[in-house]
Design a protein around this ligand. Structure first.
Ligand code: FES
Ligand code: FES
Length: 150
């Protein structure tokens, strides 16, 4: 039975080693903030952090998280950068339907941790894999800049 460190807590989950992390988080651990979109690493809705790096949890097996720390949208606000990102998202009401936004916030937080003052090109590169069917891209970009300025 794998033990995953999820949001700072070691959690033993009765799942096979090859189960995608997304399934383990949503269906077994009950953390439904991370979303299922495409299931094939194309949309970014399932983005979580693994040792601080943004990963597509729909195609990453539980075995890849052994000895590493998973952080999901439920806990990203406990991190100072994550909290700034969430504040900026609220400040300008980025969200429309909301479905993609967990992944967007996780990707934006990872970007700002690695690159505190990102250029437009940095933002484009970091966020290119996160699709928003509602087209909130303009507000996402603006919110990342607000968070970077905080
Ligand atoms: S659900 Fe994982 S990238 Fe789309
Ligand atoms: S806010 Fe609806 S998919 Fe992005």
């Amino acid at each position: 039975m794998p033990t995953l460190n999820i949001n700072g807590t070691d959690t033993a989950l009765d799942v096979p080693d090859d189960m995608p992390i997304l399934w383990a988080l949503r269906d077994v651990a009950g953390l439904t903030g991370t979303k299922f979109g495409c299931g094939v690493a194309l949309c970014g809705a399932c983005t979580v952090h693994l040792d601080g790096q943004p990963i597509r949890s729909c195609v990453t097996p539980v075995s890849a998280a052994a000895g590493k720390k998973i952080v999901t949208i439920e806990a990203v606000g406990q991190d100072s950068v994550g909290a700034k990102v969430q504040d900026a998202w609220r400040q300008i009401d980025v969200v429309q339907c909301g479905y993609c936004q967990s992944g967007q916030i996780m990707a934006a937080t990872a970007l700002l941790r690695a690159t505190p003052k990102p250029s437009d090109a940095d933002i484009d590169n970091a966020m290119a894999g996160n699709i928003c069917r509602c087209g909130t891209y303009g507000r996402i970009r603006a919110a990342i800049k607000i968070a970077a300025a905080k």
